[in-house]
Write a protein that binds this ligand. Structure first.
Ligand SMILES: [Zn+2]
Length: 219
């Protein structure tokens, strides 16, 4: 099974990706992690990517796909099942992924998009607080309300803070970028008959149940 998972910031994509990988024995291909690793290890491709990043430029499709291809190449002997996270992000990358799958003799991807209204995402993300001492995260909208005032690990000494990334202005921009970037890609997968949109609201268990229903149907 090969799966492409989409989800806006705050939709819990990371949690769902982890659970899907555990349950269905997929290898998690986080494109962001793979790119950072290539940069760190100074692979030939990593050096090229690093140069773009240093200049504040977008990483070209060919390079991103090259990283994905290399990741699959290094894991292919152990697995034939991948969860693509953060890729493809452009129409060109959709095409390139088809080529990569063929090259490594992998089955076509199923595509799942977690759908959560922007207002909910805004609440979830702007409700996050981080302990300034131990970095434990809390949510002021969660049921565990006694954790709101102070960190239970540090006995309430350091104040809980909101990360800059979680401020309303930043979240609004992150959501705008996500939708602008993802809409054409989702549309293309929809045209290809591969897209399943699922309701991403509710508890992680509820979302996983819906996700599992889709995956069991297809595999
Ligand atoms: Zn703490």
């Amino acid at each position: 099974m090969n799966l492409v998972l989409f989800g806006p910031p705050g939709a819990g994509k990371g949690t769902q990706a982890q659970r899907v990988c555990d349950q269905y024995l997929l290898t998690h291909l986080s494109t962001g992690d793979a790119i950072r690793k290539a940069i760190r290890e100074k692979t030939p491709l990593g050096r090229q990517v690093a140069e773009r990043v240093e200049h504040g430029e977008l990483i070209p499709d060919d390079m991103v796909t090259g990283i994905v291809d290399a990741f699959i190449g290094s894991h292919r002997s152990q697995t034939d099942s991948f969860l693509f996270d953060g890729y493809p992000r452009t129409l060109r990358q959709i095409e390139q992924l088809e080529g990569v799958l063929e090259k490594h003799r992998l089955t076509p991807v199923a595509v799942v998009s977690l759908e959560v209204p922007d207002a909910d995402l805004m609440d979830r993300i702007t409700g996050r607080r981080v302990c300034s001492e131990c970095r434990k995260t809390f949510n002021i909208h969660s049921l565990d309300t006694k954790a709101i005032e102070a960190c239970d690990v540090c006995n309430g000494n350091p104040p809980l803070i909101q990360r800059k990334d979680d401020s309303p202005e930043t979240v609004e921009e992150r959501l705008r970028v996500y939708h602008a970037q993802t809409a054409p890609v989702l549309h293309q997968y929809e045209m290809m008959g591969k897209l399943s949109a699922i309701d991403g609201t509710g508890t992680p268990d509820q979302v996983f149940e819906r996700l599992s229903a889709i995956l069991s149907e297809q595999y």
